[in-house]
Design a protein around this ligand. Structure first.
Ligand code: SF4
Ligand code: SF4
Length: 268
């Protein structure tokens, strides 16, 4: 196991201001931790047989931006984060290759368009499961991966590498508080309110809403991510009182006014 390489990758991420990085052995995909589990053809070694370790990078979704969702502001942030993730994943893979470790970058989405996702709401590799197996968080009722640092307000990219790097421990204590805010706010009732994976999201319904928002340049939806109380980012922004999202609450009127202003500007 290459501990020195792990340290170098962590230092590299610090220098590049990537706050979340986790490591999972490829063999973890072959030891199901719940059912339904990741099908064989979706596992790292099926996609890139040389894989010994999956490295997962995560960038935060700024809380004050997602509070405006659905909005053109969140739409632009989402695109920016996706671009940065793809760049950093690609660069890390090539950096490893230059050190003679065959490695492969996996794009952060991999479905082409929301219309395609609506028809077939599955991607060829799940970064959520990779982040879970790399010890970065646990699944919430909103079906996202909740992290201690940013709750569900984070996006991931993965790099497969032949390097044998010591894995990080999987988080076993669930972070979801079962507050049900995500279920209550979903405008299309795509969440069942049951724990993941028993309560799988209705992905087609969610994707249909995202597609409609995309046509107005205000996708993705993001409401179930916005209202999740989990994440240290809430302390950093002073957003621990969840009544801030109650638009009837006069104490937070200046916030509501700001969000309303941004939402008034559709992309087209
Ligand atoms: S993203 Fe929006 S539509 Fe999809 S589950 Fe969350 S709240 Fe519902
Ligand atoms: S909003 Fe509440 S129920 Fe939904 S994922 Fe977050 S903590 Fe869990």
């Amino acid at each position: 196991m290459n501990t020195g390489l792990k340290e170098q990758i962590r230092n590299r991420c610090t220098d590049l201001e990537i706050p979340l990085v986790g490591f999972a052995s490829a063999s973890r995909w072959d030891e199901p931790l719940f059912e339904p589990w990741v099908p064989e053809e979706f596992r790292p070694r099926a996609l890139f047989p040389e894989t010994n370790t999956v490295i997962v990078l995560g960038l935060p979704v700024s809380l004050p931006v997602i509070e405006t969702a659905p909005s053109v502001h969140y739409h632009e942030l989402y695109r920016t984060i996706n671009t940065l993730l793809d760049m950093e994943g690609y660069r890390l893979a090539e950096w490893l290759v230059s050190r003679r470790y065959p490695s492969l970058w996996i794009p952060r989405d991999g479905y082409g368009s929301i219309g395609v996702l609506r028809e077939n709401p599955v991607v060829f590799f799940s970064h959520r499961h990779a982040a879970f197996l790399a010890g970065l968080g646990t699944f919430g009722i909103n079906n996202t991966l909740l992290t201690p640092e940013f709750g569900p307000r984070v996006r991931f990219v993965s790099v497969f590498t032949s390097a044998e790097i010591p894995p990080d421990p999987v988080i076993t204590e669930p972070l979801c508080t079962h507050c049900m805010r995500c279920v209550e706010i979903c405008p299309v009732k795509a969440l069942s309110g049951r724990n993941y994976p028993e309560g799988l999201m209705d992905k087609k319904t969610c994707a249909t809403r995202s597609e409609a928002l995309f046509k107005r340049s205000i996708s993705p939806c993001g409401l179930c991510i916005k209202v999740c109380p989990v994440g240290e980012d809430r302390q950093r922004y002073g957003r621990t009182d969840m009544r801030i999202y109650d638009e009837e609450d006069e104490r937070y009127a200046r916030y509501h006014q700001a969000w309303k202003h941004v939402r008034a500007f559709w992309g087209r």
